[in-house]
Ligand binder design. Structure first.
Ligand code: SAM
Length: 300
C-alpha cells in the first residue's frame, strides 16, 4: 500500500505538484503537443466511456468530456478532485464527468460504468511498488471493454546501455544536470521562485514524491501481455525536456516567459537522442518518459 510518507506528501504538496506538472500553456504546447495529439487520437471514441486513473486535477479527462465522452476520474487526493470538479464546472462539462476518491491500491476501482472503452494512466504507476503496479494493471485490464484501449505514460527504466551510448549521452546528461542545478541554486539565492513554490521548497518540496521510481519496462510489458492486452506501440517523449520545463515553472512569471524558448531546443535534443542512441538503450539510470498503447483482446 502507499506508504504513510507518500500519502502525507500528496496531502501537503498536491497543489504545487499539479501546478508544476501542468506547466504553462506555452510550455505545454512546446513539449506536449505531439504527445497530446497521440493519446487524443488513440483513445477517442465518440460517445464512449473513459476512465482516468490517478486523474489529479482532471485536465486530460476534461478534454475527452468536451468531445462527448463520458469520463470518470479516480484519485486519492481530495484536494485535487475538488479542483477537477471545479474546473469541469467552469468548462460546463456537467454530468459528462464524475470523480471518485479512491486509493488505487486498497480500494475497488469503482466508477459509474462496469466497463470502459478507454483508460488513461498518466504518470501514476511510478508512485506505486512493482507488486502494486502488477495488481493495478490486472484490475484496469478487467475494467476495459473487449477491444478497449489503454494508454500509459510513465517514466520507464530501459535496461540496455552500451559504453558507446553512454559516451554519446554523457555530455548532454552533464549539461542538463548543471542547468537544473543552476536554476535551483540561483533561484534560491536570488529569490527567483514564485512565493508558494519557495514556501513549499522550504517545507521540503523537491518535486519528487517519496515512493517515486522509474518502472522497469520489461515488468510493465509482462504485466500487460499477461492480462490479455496487446502492446501496439511504445513511444519515447521526454528524457530531459520535461524536467527542464517543470523546473522553469517554479520561477517568477517574467522569468518563465523569458526562459520558455529554451525548452524547444531541449525537446529537440530529446528527439535527436532517441533517434541517435535508441531510447531503449538509455540504461536504467536514466528514466525515459514513454507512452505505451495497448488494446484488450476481443475475447476478453
Ligand atoms: C504526477 S500526478 C499525475 C496526475 C494526472 N494523471 C495528470 O497527469 O495530471 C500522480 C497522481 O497520482 C495520484 N496517486 C498517487 N498514488 C495514488 C494512489 N495510491 N491512489 C490514488 N491516487 C494516487 C496522485 O494523487 C496524483 O494525482
Amino acid at each position: 500500500m502507499a506508504s504513510q510518507e507518500e500519502l502525507d506528501w500528496w496531502n501537503r504538496f498536491a497543489g504545487v505538484m499539479a501546478e508544476q506538472w501542468m506547466l504553462t500553456p506555452r510550455l505545454n504546447s512546446i513539449i506536449r503537443a505531439d504527445y497530446e495529439n497521440d493519446y487524443a487520437e488513440y483513445l477517442f471514441r465518440p460517445g464512449g466511456s473513459f476512465l482516468e486513473i490517478g486523474c489529479g486535477v482532471g485536465w486530460i479527462g476534461h478534454k475527452f468530456a468536451a468531445r462527448g465522452m463520458r469520463v470518470d476520474g479516480i484519485d486519492f487526493s481530495d484536494s485535487q478532485l475538488d479542483i477537477a470538479r471545479r474546473l469541469a464546472d467552469e468548462k460546463g462539462l456537467g454530468e459528462s464527468v464524475a470523480y471518485f476518491a479512491r486509493d488505487l491500491v486498497n480500494d475497488r476501482l469503482e466508477g459509474r460504468f462496469q466497463r470502459y472503452d478507454a483508460i488513461i494512466v498518466n504518470a501514476v504507476l511510478h508512485h506505486l511498488t512493482p507488486v502494486e503496479v502488477d495488481a493495478l494493471i490486472a484490475r484496469m485490464a478487467a475494467l476495459l471493454s473487449p477491444g478497449g484501449r489503454m494508454y500509459i505514460y510513465e517514466p520507464l527504466a530501459p535496461r540496455r546501455e552500451s559504453a558507446a551510448r553512454r559516451v554519446l549521452m554523457a555530455p548532454f546528461a552533464f549539461t542538463m544536470r548543471v542547468l537544473l542545478f543552476a536554476i535551483q541554486r540561483l533561484g534560491r539565492a536570488f529569490g527567483l521562485f514564485k512565493s508558494h513554490f519557495a514556501e513549499a521548497m522550504r517545507q521540503g518540496y523537491t518535486g519528487t514524491s517519496p515512493d517515486e521510481r522509474a518502472i522497469p519496462i520489461e515488468n510493465l510489458r509482462r504485466s500487460l501481455i499477461g492480462n490479455n492486452l496487446s502492446i501496439e506501440e511504445e513511444r519515447p517523449y521526454h528524457a530531459y525536456s520535461l524536467a527542464v520545463a517543470m523546473s522553469i515553472v517554479r520561477l517568477k512569471p517574467d522569468l518563465v516567459e523569458w526562459l520558455t524558448p529554451l525548452v524547444r531546443p531541449v525537446y529537440g535534443l530529446d528527439r535527436w537522442l532517441f533517434k541517435a542512441a535508441g531510447w531503449q538503450n538509455f540504461g536504467d539510470e536514466k528514466a525515459v518518459l514513454c507512452s505505451i498503447k495497448a488494446t484488450k483482446g476481443v475475447a476478453g
